[in-house]
Design a protein around this ligand. Structure first.
Ligand code: CAO
Length: 424
């Protein structure tokens, strides 16, 4: 079966997490992704947070599936020549260098356009144009600057970052959409274009509901927040603890075993249409008609007390028992799953969301497969490339260099000493 992006060639000049998540998605959809890495060390994540000596880290392997790797020192004359050849033959360049790096290397937008007017140049940067545009940015910086940290956590505690990598992987997702959109437009115009996804913008986009609340604040307290009715609202969106960002009140409740298991909890939603069922399940049928509880408006000032009563019930059952029981009545809830529980969930393997991958130096490892399923473009997850594994193959088959030229490139040092020894 064909793949959605078959025939699209990506010059993957990305490193760390944000850029690689984007190009990995494109590779899963069938694009030929050629990862250009600095000779010697390659993408810095190859050696970061290593769990096994001398093997590419899980950090790297889990972000770079289905790609080919070429080593190239793009600051040398020969390296530049090879990069120019790659620019001429690729459809998209994806990069997430610090601001100014590509220009300093000699590959300005104008130069790239000269080499290939149809090329789409897609970049992740920490910030868009403005006071911070020249800053280097990592995940948590973006979470803080994009409004996630100030709105996460509890009212009486400090701002919090979240484990979901919304700054890096979140921006990679945004960039991937920008790239396929630009490819679509190119069909009409024949021209390339610049695609920019700034990490601050991507996080803010994901925090859209909090900017909504900033504006609601001007018209009175937000009644679904735990600060209502007894707490204080200032002039900015407060941290909402575990309250829902939507219109359905929710909270995290303890389940059986919470004293020893840090994840024996369930997210419970007091959804209005199933209020009667909730009352019946927890044994509080009198709440169905009691005017203090019968309507969503009446319940708002009593939410924390209601959650406390529901928790007395959830504490008598495991989170999975609660999940089964509540779902019988269509009462929305979600068990707090640990990473261990997720890794042991067979159904996630069946859908390809979790995949075991074989790797020549690290053996078998578990990874997250393509979370986006296309019925006509199935994803097979293949291992990440070793550093420079496809250097010769790319020079020969993609760029059409002959043996003599390849020897010249090697002798120039542009593909690096280690890779040169490996190739001999
Ligand atoms: N050959 C030769 N030189 C290369 C090369 C290659 N193949 N690949 C990279 N380099 C060089 C660059 O030219 C640059 O050199 P100069 O500074 O002399 O111009 C140098 O490597 C460092 O690049 P960098 O500044 O991008 O890397 P860093 O480790 O210092 O910073 C990061 C990392 C992520 C903070 C920065 O790249 C950045 O802000 N990127 C944009 C935001 C982003 O993507 N953040 C997410 C990071 S986590 O996912």
């Amino acid at each position: 079966m064909g793949k959605a992006l078959q025939g699209v060639r990506i010059l993957d000049f990305t490193h760390v997490q944000s850029g690689p998540t984007c190009t990995q998605l494109l590779a899963w959809f069938g694009a030929d992704v050629i990862k250009v890495e600095r000779p010697g060390e390659g993408d810095i994540t190859r050696s970061q947070l290593r769990d096994l000596p001398d093997a590419d880290s899980l950090y790297f392997t889990m972000l770079n599936h289905n790609k080919r790797s070429i080593t190239l020192d793009t600051k040398t004359p020969k390296g530049k020549e090879v990069l120019e050849a790659l620019i001429k033959t690729c459809d998209v360049m994806v990069e997430n260098f610090a601001p100014g790096v590509l220009d300093r290397m000699g590959f300005t937008w104008e130069r790239i356009q000269e080499l290939n007017p149809a090329m789409i140049v897609a970049s992740v940067k920490g910030f868009g144009p403005g006071p911070f545009e020249n800053c280097k940015v990592y995940e948590n910086v973006a979470q803080c600057a994009g409004g996630a940290a100030s709105t996460t956590g509890f009212d009486d505690g400090p701002p919090m970052v979240t484990g979901a990598q919304i700054g890096d992987s979140g921006t990679g997702l945004h960039l991937a959409l920008g790239i396929v959109t630009a490819l679509y437009q190119r069909k009409e115009t024949g021209r390339g274009q610049k695609v920019l996804a700034a990490m601050q913008d991507a996080v803010l986009n994901l925090c859209r509901v909090k900017l909504r609340d900033q504006q609601r604040l001007a018209h009175g307290p937000m009644k679904e927040y735990p600060q209502y009715p007894n707490g204080e609202f200032g002039d900015t969106v407060p941290r909402a603890g575990n309250a829902s960002g939507g219109g359905q009140p929710g909270w995290i409740l303890k389940c059986k075993g919470w004293e020893t298991d840090p994840n024996a909890y369930i997210y419970f939603i007091a959804q209005a249409p199933v209020w009667k069922s909730i009352c019946k399940v927890i044994g509080k049928e009198e709440w169905i008609t009691d005017p203090d509880y019968a309507t969503p408006v009446a319940r708002l000032p009593r939410l924390m007390q209601i959650f406390g009563t529901v928790e007395e019930w959830t504490k008598t059952l495991t989170k999975f028992e609660v999940m089964d029981l509540l779902n019988k009545y269509d009462i929305p809830c979600g068990p707090i799953l640990s990473m261990k529980e997720i890794a042991e969930d067979k159904s996630l393997y069946e859908t390809g969301t979790l995949v075991e991958v074989e790797h020549p130096t690290r053996g078998s490892y578990l990874t997250v497969g393509n979370p986006i399923k296309l019925s006509d473009s199935p994803t097979e997850v293949t291992r990440s490339p070793l550093l420079g594994e496809h250097t010769d193959e790319i020079l020969r088959d993609v760029l059409g260099f002959g043996e003599r030229e390849i020897v010249e490139i090697r002798d120039s040092g542009a593909i690096g000493v280690v890779e040169r020894l490996a190739a001999e």
